[in-house]
Design a protein around this ligand. Structure first.
Ligand code: NI
Length: 183
């Protein structure tokens, strides 16, 4: 595999704080290319050999804004039990419903734009129903749960200029953890 030539901006870059705009269809060639690049990058970051070869950090999701493109597009790459990968391409998403139950990642969330140690829990909905568009402009509805639900919420936050660290209370980073389920 060839490492895509993408530049991921980090938290010091103020563009990460801006609200991304809805995308018009058809997508431009550049946007299609960006989606392919993000998927390949994430896949490679999850394959041990490639990650070591290119000195990558493992990541599950990327939003266009992390490449400096302020459009409401994100991708998620999930490694399945059989070692294959499932891609989610999510454009102009909206959350239709979410569970009352909240969960958090026990070891803490991570982000390819945050290159430092962080501590604390980020409350997330355990399940959500999301409406979005695919890369051809076709609407779809998806039900997500557990780590994929968290990944969707993390990326939707990016589209709204929010980073996961914003959701951690600096005075009490493990606040309310007993009220939520750890995954
Ligand atoms: Ni992130």
């Amino acid at each position: 595999m060839k490492l895509p030539n993408i530049q991921i901006i980090d938290e010091k870059d103020k563009r990460l704080r801006l609200i991304s705009k809805d995308v018009d269809f058809p997508l431009t060639k550049e946007d299609q290319q960006m989606i392919d690049d993000m998927i390949i990058y994430l896949k490679m970051s999850q394959i041990d050999e490639e990650r070591e070869k290119y000195d990558l950090r493992a990541g599950m999701g990327l939003s266009a804004v992390q490449l400096g493109v302020l459009k409401r597009i994100f991708v998620i790459v999930e490694e399945l039990d059989d070692g294959s990968f499932k891609d989610y391409i999510v454009i102009n998403p909206s959350i239709k419903s979410f569970s009352e139950e909240q969960i958090f990642v026990g070891e803490g969330e991570g982000c390819l734009s945050i290159n430092r140690e962080t501590n604390g829990i980020v409350p997330r909905y355990a399940r959500m129903t999301v409406e979005a568009f695919d890369r051809n402009g076709m609407p779809y509805v998806i039900r997500v749960r557990e780590d994929i639900s968290i990944a969707f919420q993390h990326e939707i936050d990016h589209l709204n200029g929010i980073l996961f660290i914003d959701r951690i209370d600096p005075k009490n980073p493990f606040k309310n953890s007993h009220k939520m389920r750890e995954i």
